[in-house]
Every structure is written in structure tokens, then in C-alpha cells.
Design a protein around this ligand. Structure first.
Ligand SMILES: [Zn+2]
Length: 222
């Protein structure tokens, strides 16, 4: 919001400069010629301040469309929280949260940025970046209608491969990333115990009770 205000301010500076070159400003008999370096600077600043909010807005729209597809067409609406939103959020400690009734998904700071950086270099994804992919798929599963955390998480691990591909990750890398999360952090949840074990089930494995036998499951070998 502050970025947008800054952008509007510099747009107004540019507008004033151009107007003064056409219509004589008050107290002047003739229009004043444009100061080109000044105009270039304020136009540049207007664009620079508009870029981050526009980029986030575009990213949210894209995530909303993909989350809706992952949720089997239950409409999802993703919002990347700013630091301010996160501070005011009653669920500020969770990386993300979703409301199965409204389809609203809130992603906390800095997780939208982590997901963006994952998408910039998926082949070199680190642990946190893989977690950001799973967090996105997990919240989409809540929008699909699941409320139980262990079931939600198991549905997510089976769809992380699909999710990564929908996000534009190349096929082989998407498969590897999804398997790395399943074999790595997902299994670690059982060992950590405590709150983490609420997100884990030993039945979440190929051929076990929670296997949905998806044709494009993370763990299906082609
Ligand atoms: Zn959850």
C-alpha cells in the first residue's frame, strides 16, 4: 500500500511536469519546457515503486488459479501477507492457513518470497524452499475440503509433484523435489514428534491406507 502511494506521488510529479510544458503554470506567461532528466527520474521511480505490489498481485492471482486446480475446482483465493498483515494475523506463527469454507488462503511473511525463490531455481531447491512448495499444496488441500492435518498433509505430499509442475517446474525436477520433501522433511515430522506428529501418518506411503493411487502421484513410478 505504501509502495503504491509512493508510486502515485511520483506519477503525479511526472504529470505536473508534463502539464507545465503544455499549459503555462500560474504566474508564468508561457509553458515551461520539460526538464528531461527530472521527468525520466520521476517516471522511473513511479515504475520502481509500482513493481513490487504489481508483482505480488500477479503472483497471488497465479497461485489462486493453481490452488483452485489442486483443490479440484473448489475456488481458492491466495493472499501473500505483508509483514504488517502477519503481525495482525491471529495465526501468525503458522506459515500459512486456509479456510475450507471460504477458500481463502493466507501465506505469512516471508513464505511467498520463499516460494518465489524456489521457482527461480527449482533444481537447487533447499529445505525451506521445498517446505514452501508443500505449504502451498497443503493449504490447497484444506480448500479442497480436508480439515484433519495428517490427512491434509498426506494429500499434499502425493500432489507436490503435480503442484510443482503446475507452477512451471520442469517434469523431472518437479518429481525430484516432491520426492525429496516426502523422503526428507515429511519423514522427519515423525521423528520430531510433538506438534509435528499431528501432520504425519505412517499410513501415508505407497500402497498403504492413505495412498490415493493418483495417476500422477509423487511416489508413482512412471
Ligand atoms: Zn493445515
Amino acid at each position: 500500500m505504501l509502495w503504491m502511494l509512493a508510486s502515485l506521488f511520483f506519477s503525479w510529479c511526472a504529470f505536473r511536469e508534463i502539464r507545465a510544458s503544455i499549459v503555462a503554470p500560474p504566474g508564468f506567461d508561457y509553458p515551461t519546457p520539460i526538464t528531461k532528466p527530472y521527468l525520466a527520474l520521476v517516471l522511473f521511480l513511479a515504475a520502481a515503486f509500482a513493481w513490487p505490489p504489481l508483482h505480488t498481485w500477479y503472483f497471488q492471482r497465479r497461485l489462486s488459479a493453481i490452488a483452485t486446480e489442486l483443490a479440484d475446482q473448489h475456488r481458492a483465493k491466495v493472499h501473500c501477507n505483508t509483514l504488517f498483515d502477519t503481525m495482525l494475523d491471529p495465526e501468525m506463527l503458522a506459515a500459512g492457513h486456509a479456510n475450507p469454507d471460504t477458500g481463502d488462503i493466507g501465506i505469512q511473511q516471508p513464505w511467498c518470497g520463499t516460494l518465489m525463490s524456489y521457482l527461480r531455481h527449482p533444481a537447487r531447491a533447499d529445505e525451506r524452499e521445498l517446505q514452501s512448495l508443500d505449504m502451498f499444496t497443503h493449504e490447497s488441500m484444506h480448500v479442497r475440503g480436508e480439515r484433519n492435518e495428517a490427512l491434509t498433509e498426506c494429500q499434499a505430499v502425493q500432489r507436490n509433484y503435480r503442484a510443482a509442475k503446475l507452477l512451471g517446474v520442469p517434469d523431472a525436477t518437479a518429481k525430484q523435489n516432491a520426492l525429496d520433501y516426502y523422503n526428507g522433511y515429511y519423514q522427519l515430522r515423525a521423528k520430531i514428534g510433538g506438534m509435528q506428529s499431528a501432520y504425519y501418518s505412517d499410513q501415508c506411503a505407497p500402497g498403504k491406507a492413505l495412498d490415493e493411487h493418483l495417476s500422477d502421484s509423487t511416489w508413482t513410478t512412471p
